[in-house]
Design a protein around this ligand. Structure first.
Ligand SMILES: [Zn+2]
Ligand SMILES: [Zn+2]
Length: 274
């Protein structure tokens, strides 16, 4: 998540956009925070051409929920972690549960973990230690790492350099600029772009997305947060990753099926097939 508070909105859910020209994957969403049943969220996604999604845990209960739902729904796999905003809650017991969950076959990544210097709900030193512990779990189990980096680019990159990143590392809701995108691609990290690429007030992210090679890119909603334009302020759902894919296709001047197909292939490479 980008904000630790669910988006409180009374505005209606946006309509399902026309189906994408090729199947797509929402690489990061919070199905437990949507106010619709899982089956309904999956059906809406499928109607828009979004055939698979990754539901991402941010606490022990949320991670347990994500692991269970991924077991029950063929379209869904899970990531598990304690969010950096709540890193103060990540004691040895909590990290033990996260490690057990991360070993499950339907759990494909450790995350979202990382650093959040915007909210700073937990002391940065504690966040850094808990980030390192999550990286350890991912490496030990051979799972992907899903990073939450808010206003903490330099420290996130430094810690990855210090400990050595897992083989597959994703910057969720990439919020860096062109220079940072180049650094990440150079290191073999995947950049996951969210609805922020549709926001007029995020020119740096748009520039980064326009440059980022399709073979290093994922797309995500971070639903229920970060609803793409023209529905900013309404509630988000995995089906709306279709709008983000279309925005990236327009930025790059390529057909939408190319963005959908290439980012879906990357998602399977990062998280394994499902
Ligand atoms: Zn998230
Ligand atoms: Zn996040």
């Amino acid at each position: 998540m980008s904000d630790y508070r669910p988006a409180a909105t009374e505005r209606p859910a946006p309509p399902i956009p026309p189906r994408l020209a090729a199947p797509a994957v929402d690489a990061h969403c919070h199905v437990d925070l949507l106010d619709v049943p899982v089956a309904e969220a999956v059906a809406a996604a499928r109607a828009a051409g979004v055939e698979r999604l990754v539901t991402v845990g941010y606490s022990v209960p949320s991670s347990q929920w994500c692991a269970r739902v991924a077991e029950e729904h063929a379209e869904v796999v899970a990531a598990v972690a304690v969010h950096p905003n709540d890193a103060m809650d990540a004691d040895a017991d909590a990290l033990g549960v996260i490690a057990e969950l991360a070993a499950l076959p339907q759990v494909r990544a450790v995350g979202e973990t990382g650093l959040d210097y915007y909210w700073k709900r937990t002391d940065p030193a504690v966040q850094q230690e808990i980030f390192r512990r999550h990286i350890d779990i991912a490496k030990q189990l051979g799972k992907a790492l899903v990073i939450h980096d808010r206003d903490a680019h330099a420290d996130v990159l430094r810690i990855l350099d210090e400990v050595g990143p897992p083989e597959r590392t994703v910057f969720h809701c990439f919020s860096g600029d062109l220079a940072m995108a180049k650094m990440c691609v150079e290191k073999g990290y995947f950049l996951s772009f969210s609805g922020t690429v549709t926001f007029k007030n995020a020119p740096d992210v748009r520039e980064a997305a326009a440059w980022t090679p399709l073979d290093a890119m994922l797309v995500e909603t971070d639903a229920p947060f970060l609803t793409p334009m023209p529905y900013r302020g309404h509630r988000n759902g995995p089906y709306l990753v279709a709008l983000t894919i279309r925005a990236i296709a327009a930025l790059k001047g390529v057909p939408e099926e190319e963005v959908a197909t290439r980012t879906a292939a990357n998602a399977l490479q990062v998280f394994g097939s499902w």
